[in-house]
Design a binder for this molecule. Structure first.
Ligand SMILES: *[C@@H]1O[C@H](CO)[C@@H](O)[C@H](O)[C@H]1NC(C)=O
Ligand SMILES: *[C@@H]1O[C@H](CO)[C@@H](O)[C@H](O)[C@H]1NC(C)=O
Length: 434
């Protein structure tokens, strides 16, 4: 058999022999796929892989939260099928736990720990980094410790950073100066020119706030619009009634384009910790005017001890509906959206739902697709329960989270393949058909 070399669509030099395929790796759980899609495991045994990025050479950079930082996964391509050619540590910093972004020119890598954002000079062809340093600090806090990063291609020189709340209901976030439940934007040139790290809490601009724990942030390359997915609260009660099983909704939020200086969404407040969105409205006290995806207030995590009557929540609900930015699409409660990636042609967004811990039976643990038309979800109503089409699921959610894969990070390559990490099972998947 004659070995030969081909230049694949990724621009990778790949050695290939006729009919050679990647070694088969058994998925951790049986997969349920929509027709037209394939999914297979490229790599397993990873140490809690979280977000990932595709570099300028078409290789993958994966943050392993329970291992030594960032891993570089070199891909090869044979007859249109990608395989792992090699895989090894790139940045051996065990404090790195989640976020990764690459600058527009591909030469700077941004990664995050719970407290800091670091910048590293990166050579994608050689697969090497130079000396890294902290460019933003001051983010140490309890509760939610992921710091999601996005360097939008449609907004050169901008780095967006999302930091969640310290705990379930973090009342300090009623003030943007808390620097939590917030997405901030910084100029990359400022960050790189500064000799010491910028303080996240006092510097940068507020891009959006009142966002409890936004873990996925992406741009639509066709419009420049930024979309994010928010993880909402646990164990909520309203007027003494436990409504946590089906509420609040998780959210797809719209932020407009970074370059749109006049956008009313610049610096907008999305509600938390005062306002939450509804998923199932049945059983919400004083809920006659609450619809799926609309925001309401009066939420606490412990039942009120109330013997006579109840508080009138009309005023706070009106405030939440008129003064706070609601979601574009509502997702089922506790499904935990951890990443979003918009297709390069702007025709759909894909969302990784990590799955629930705060409901029984468990729910989530799947990848969803939302079709877009004209830059917005095709089903443009927050009240829809049909906006999301689930393309990759576990066969039996009743076995979750224990015996299921848990979608965590997503990334598209130039050929339209979608890569997905599953943190708890240590897997890296490739999905085609998206
Ligand atoms: C947050 O503030 C609300 C409204 O004042 C209050 O009901 C709630 O108990 C507070 N929650 C926490 C965790 O402090
Ligand atoms: C979304 O778009 C894809 C591609 O055009 C199509 O196959 C699919 O049926 C659409 N899904 C929905 C729910 O409309």
């Amino acid at each position: 058999m004659v070995a030969f070399r081909i230049l694949g669509p990724l621009g990778l030099l790949a050695s290939a022999t006729a009919a050679q395929n990647c070694p088969f790796i058994e998925p951790s759980a049986p997969l349920k796929l929509s027709s037209g899609y394939t999914a297979r495991v490229l790599l397993n045994g990873l140490g809690y892989p979280r977000h990932l990025a595709v570099d300028a050479a078409g290789n993958l950079l994966v943050v392993e939260a329970n291992r030594a930082g960032v891993r570089r996964v070199v891909l090869s391509e044979t007859d249109g099928e990608v395989c792992v050619a090699s895989s090894g540590p790139l940045i051996p910093d065990p404090s790195l736990n989640h976020g990764i972004a690459i600058s527009q020119d591909g030469k700077t890598l941004f990664v995050s720990s719970p407290s800091d954002v670091y910048a590293y000079p990166y050579d994608a062809a050689a697969g090497t980094v130079g000396e890294g340093r902290s460019i933003i600090g001051g983010m140490s806090s309890g509760g939610h410790i992921t710091r999601t990063l996005l360097a939008p291609l449609t907004a050169p020189d901008t780095l967006l950073i999302s930091r969640g709340s310290d705990g379930n209901i973090d009342n300090s976030t009623v003030d943007a100066a808390s620097g939590k439940s917030i997405i901030k934007s910084f100029y990359i040139s400022d960050l790189l020119a500064s000799e010491s790290p910028k303080d996240f809490n006092t510097e940068g601009e507020v891009f959006g706030w009142g966002l409890r724990n936004t873990v996925g942030v992406d741009e639509d390359l066709t419009t420049g619009n930024i979309w994010s997915v928010e993880n909402s609260a646990d164990n909520i009660h309203r007027n003494g009634v436990d409504v946590h099983l089906e509420n609040p909704a998780e959210e797809l939020n719209f932020h407009g384009a970074v370059s749109d200086e006049a956008s009313p969404l610049k610096g907008a407040n999305y509600g938390y910790p005062v306002c939450f969105s509804a998923w199932q409205t049945t059983g919400i006290p004083q809920g006659s005017e609450i619809t799926r995806g609309s925001q309401f207030g009066g939420v606490d995590t412990t039942p009120f001890v109330e013997v006579t009557g109840s508080e009138d929540l009309g005023e706070i609900d009106n405030f939440c509906r008129s003064e706070r930015e609601g979601p574009r699409i509502a997702f089922p409660s506790h499904n935990a959206p951890l990443d979003i990636k918009v297709k390069a042609d702007g025709s759909a967004a894909f969302i990784a739902f990590h799955g629930s811990w705060n409901r029984s039976p468990p729910d989530g643990y799947r990848v969803g697709r939302i079709n877009f038309t004209g830059g917005q979800p095709a089903v443009d109503v927050a009240s829809s329960d049909e906006a999301v089409e689930y393309i990759l699921q576990n066969e039996d959610n009743n076995l979750c989270p224990g015996a299921c894969f848990r979608p965590t990070g997503l990334a598209f390559d130039d050929g339209g393949r979608l890569y997905m990490t599953s943190d708890s099972t240590g897997e890296l998947y490739v999905i085609t058909g998206a």
